[in-house]
Design a protein around this ligand. Structure first.
Ligand SMILES: Cc1cc2nc3c(=O)[nH]c(=O)nc-3n(C[C@H](O)[C@H](O)[C@H](O)COP(=O)(O)OP(=O)(O)OC[C@H]3O[C@@H](n4cnc5c(N)ncnc54)[C@H](O)[C@@H]3O)c2cc1C
Length: 465
């Protein structure tokens, strides 16, 4: 009987009979494709062009039954598996070499229940697609700040968004999920079903199986007051110190991010990016000090449709660039972080690189650190170096610059990272995302995925207590 060599979960390779692959193909509603077949290149291609992996097989799933068949196949044959939602994960864990890729990107159903203010979403959906359906009813749920991002991976790690301070993370609005676990069973996890799994999914969810459906709570969200206030780089230290003071006491309705970036004409700037949800006169009043500070070279703050705010930075992060990120969480932005950022910006190797300070407070921070698997509720700032460039010959230079700036930052950040920002940075950094919830997560992993079938993620090792 002919056999097919695939990468194995336990390392090395697994020999799988042609007939077993034929049996899997017969069970699937969606296509099972390999190199050279339609859909293969699209499925294996990720947002981050640094990742170029070639799975032996891709199951382009059309529903939960396809996922169950694929999970049973990889478990029974010891085949390495990866799971792809929107393909935006910077670490590129969604695609493996030589194994089976469970590709969820074709599963795009969205059903809004406007009366109950809930939405049921399949995992191939992108932020813009979800916003489009929910905004038809004047509703929204928090799913990121760049609308091309996949909702699946984003939600399972937490889900920062412009709505986080008012309504919490994506996970804080999750009502239930359907998930195929390593035993091939489809389970519902919610506050009343498989509660332990529901806890783990909210912040460490890439580790426990393949989510086939997300149910979220929706909120009324209409126009926002948002945009950019832009200052020259020469004033950036003062602007970022002002930003730190301004963000120390904001109401839940106002969230403000800041960044150092290069405009399309090559001008390097520091930008303040507020988003206010609420009555516009109150927003105008709250934003007055931010708009009056210093001598901005541009101020685009205006009432915007929520989807326009969501799309503000889509163009800055196109698919297919080379990306390398380093990030860490902090309770406060120190002078050292601010000054190093401005100093390093002067020698940034690529105009596509952004130094970002995302800021979170309010509803996000009022949830207990062990109420969900997402631990770092007390840390207000996510400091991220988003290095992006186009020429592979520039890779080393961009990575070195990013690492050097991060090394200066590191002593002034908490030993904590947002799991969805992490690259392939080793076990310690992965653990730093889970904080003191890690021990509980290892026991949960042992219960639902004892052989670590789902290991292509910021991995939690199964440990029997
Ligand atoms: C341009 C850009 C902007 C971003 N902005 C934000 C932001 O505003 N807020 C924020 O919180 N994050 C943001 N992120 C980070 C984002 O949360 C992660 O990139 C996230 O992984 C994206 O999800 P995805 O489904 O596209 O990822 P993928 O690359 O498909 O997957 C990432 C991880 O999730 C797992 N996974 C995917 N689908 C499933 C599933 N159905 N079941 C189980 N596991 C699954 C994968 O196996 C992988 O380990 C941004 C990323 C980019 C590139």
């Amino acid at each position: 009987m002919a056999a097919f060599r695939m990468a194995a979960t336990s390392g090395g390779s697994a020999l799988v009979g042609e007939s077993d692959i034929g049996a899997l193909r017969a069970r699937l509603r969606g296509p099972l494709v390999q190199a050279g077949e339609g859909g293969y290149e699209e499925a294996r291609t990720l947002f981050n062009a640094m990742i170029d992996r070639r799975p032996a097989l891709v199951a382009r799933c059309h529903g939960a039954a396809d996922v169950m068949a694929a999970v049973n196949f990889v478990r029974d044959h010891d085949v390495l598996v990866s799971v792809k939602g929107g393909g935006h994960g910077i670490a590129g864990k969604a695609v493996c070499d030589g194994g089976l890729l469970i590709d969820m990107s074709q599963m795009k159903s969205i059903r809004v229940d406007p009366a109950a203010r809930t939405v049921r979403v399949e995992p191939g959906v992108l932020g813009a697609e979800l916003d489009c359906e929910t905004q038809a009813f004047g509703l929204a749920t928090p799913v990121g700040t760049v609308s091309t991002t996949g909702i699946a991976g984003l939600t399972l790690g937490g889900g920062q968004s412009w709505l986080a301070s008012k309504y919490g993370f994506a996970i804080d609005n999750l009502l239930s999920v359907d998930i195929v676990t390593a035993d091939g069973a489809l389970r519902t996890a919610s506050p009343t079903q498989n509660e332990d799994l529901f806890w783990g999914i909210r912040g460490a969810g890439h580790n426990f199986g393949v989510v086939t459906s997300f149910e979220y709570r929706l909120h009324p969200v209409g126009q926002v007051l948002g945009g950019l206030v832009i200052h020259p780089l020469s004033h950036a230290v003062d602007v970022l110190k002002f930003y730190r003071d301004f963000t120390a006491s904001q109401p839940d309705e106002l969230q403000t991010w800041a960044g150092i970036l290069t405009l399309p004409d090559g001008t390097q700037v520091a930008a303040l990016v507020p988003c206010f949800l609420g009555p516009h006169d109150e927003g105008e009043r709250l934003l007055m000090p931010l708009r009056r500070f210093g001598s901005p070279i541009a101020d685009t703050i205006a009432p915007l449709p929520y989807v326009a705010m969501q799309r503000l930075f889509d163009g800055s992060f196109p698919h297919g660039r080379l990306n390398y990120w380093k990030s860490g969480l902090a309770s406060r932005l120190s002078d050292e972080v601010i000054m190093a950022s401005v100093e390093y910006a002067k020698t940034v190797p690529s105009p596509h690189t952004v130094i970002l300070f995302a800021e979170l407070h309010g509803a996000y921070s009022r949830i207990g650190k062990s109420d969900t698997a997402y631990f770092h509720r007390d840390l207000q700032y996510d400091a991220i170096i988003l290095a992006g460039w186009t020429d592979p010959g520039d890779t080393q230079r961009n990575m070195d610059w990013t690492r050097e700036l991060f090394a200066v930052w590191e002593p002034y950040l908490a030993r904590a990272a947002y799991v969805n920002d992490l690259g392939d940075e080793g076990e310690d950094r992965a653990l730093s995302a889970y904080g003191d919830n890690y021990t509980r997560l290892t026991a949960l992993k042992a219960k639902y995925d004892p052989s670590n079938l789902f290991q292509l993620n910021q991995n939690i090792k199964p440990v029997v207590a």
